[in-house]
Design a protein around this ligand. Structure first.
Ligand SMILES: Cc1cc2nc3c(=O)[nH]c(=O)nc-3n(C[C@H](O)[C@H](O)[C@H](O)COP(=O)(O)O)c2cc1C
Length: 365
């Protein structure tokens, strides 16, 4: 029997992409998420999927990536769909409208999306208030950005950390969205090192050692990749998220929207993003937990990222195409793949591709 989302999707997809997104968000907010998600599974996750990172117990490694719930409206409804953790944001300190519409495009034939949302955000006041109001259960990360017109970039991230450190299970410094001018330049080591040093101090001053992660772009040169790994180790940040959307346009794209400006997500991003993840895993010498994101559409994609070095994975675009049933399918597929390969836990499988594949694209000097 076709699942509910597959029946609804044609109607949803007749709407402009951003309208459809707003509609699903409102449905989840109003408690009608079952309409899109089907019945909520109350089955506990199999213990083989559980993992403890940064002192936080993740029931399963499959998370919702940043960008769906930018203003922290529905983190708990999303978690109830079966995600092991949910990342809200990107949130900017002050509210801002983002780029002019249309700014979100479905590349149907490629099962991909291009977005140039430009950090549309309700701002930190609204997000902090919602997070403070919720009864905490389940793992919620907050992805932090800067306002487009800010004069002091570091101050924006610092404010995000101070305001949310006690409200989140982890924080993300997003320096990799392609739709805010100059943002990705922050990934250059001369800027990234001092920025992260300052943000680690800000985190310290909160008195709350919430894990601080950095989310990077897939479009890095080998030198930038090496520098980021070194900065990550030197500054002592807690992890990296690899990766954000890409500004590249792989030649295999066939959709009429492929030329739209913005960040591409979905399966066409998977190869580059998993290759970068593997490089970062080697360059950080297996010392940092990594979250792998970019193009995951099934259990095999998620498993490839785990074997490349990801302790956790996230997805967004595939959810738009397959609906929430995908989460359960990925989890049960992961259990099968782990057992097939003789692993007793996710942690055992992390980075296992490196034990059999000698290829080494970059090494630290
Ligand atoms: C519509 C849309 C909005 C996004 N907004 C954000 C964002 O605000 N912050 C962020 O760090 N990533 C954002 N992303 C990137 C995703 O978190 C993820 O890194 C990327 O889409 C790759 O994963 P996927 O192929 O599973 O979608 C967005 C992606 C999409 C499709």
């Amino acid at each position: 029997m076709p699942r509910l989302y597959q029946l609804i999707r044609p109607a949803l997809w007749r709407l402009p992409a951003e309208t459809a997104h707003a509609l699903t968000l409102r449905a989840f907010e109003g408690g009608a998420g079952w309409f899109f998600g089907g019945p909520v599974s109350r089955e506990p996750d199999p213990p083989i999927l559980a993992q403890c990172l940064w002192g936080v117990n993740f029931p399963n490694p499959v998370g919702l990536a940043a960008g769906y719930d930018k203003d922290a409206r529905v983190p708990d409804a999303m978690r109830r769909l079966g995600f092991g953790f949910v990342e809200v944001g990107t949130v900017t300190p002050r509210p801002q409208p983002g780029n002019p519409k249309p700014r979100l495009f479905r590349l149907e034939e490629d099962r991909a999306v291009i977005n140039r949302m430009g950090f549309n955000s309700g701002g930190l006041d609204a997000v902090a208030e919602r997070l403070a109001r919720r009864v905490r259960s389940g793992i919620v990360g907050v992805n932090l950005g800067k306002n487009r017109d800010t004069e002091d970039t570091a101050a924006d991230y610092a404010e995000g950390i101070s305001r949310t450190a006690r409200l989140a299970d982890y924080l993300v410094v997003n320096v990799s969205s392609p739709n805010t001018p100059g943002l990705r330049d922050l990934q250059r080591s001369t800027l990234l090192g001092p920025l992260l040093q300052r943000l680690m101090d800000v985190r310290e001053a909160t008195g709350c050692r919430v894990p601080l992660l950095v989310k990077i772009a897939p479009d890095l040169t080998s030198e930038e990749c090496r520098d980021i790994a070194q900065v990550a180790l030197d500054t002592g940040i807690d992890g990296l998220i690899v990766s954000n959307t890409t500004v590249a346009r792989p030649p295999e794209l066939v959709s009429r929207h492929a030329h739209q400006a913005g960040g591409l997500s979905g399966p066409p991003l998977a190869g580059a993003s998993t290759a970068l993840l593997a490089d970062i895993y080697r360059l950080t010498q297996r010392r940092l937990p990594l979250i792998g994101v970019g193009g995951i559409a099934n259990a095999a994609d998620a498993y490839a990222k785990i074997r490349a070095g990801a302790s956790l994975v996230q997805l967004y675009t595939a959810l738009l195409y397959a609906g929430p049933d995908l989460i359960g399918q990925i989890k049960s597929g992961l259990v099968d793949l782990l057992r097939r390969d003789g692993f007793g836990s996710i942690a055992e499988a992390v980075g296992s591709a490196h034990d059999t594949e000698p290829a080494q694209r970059f090494t630290l000097a």
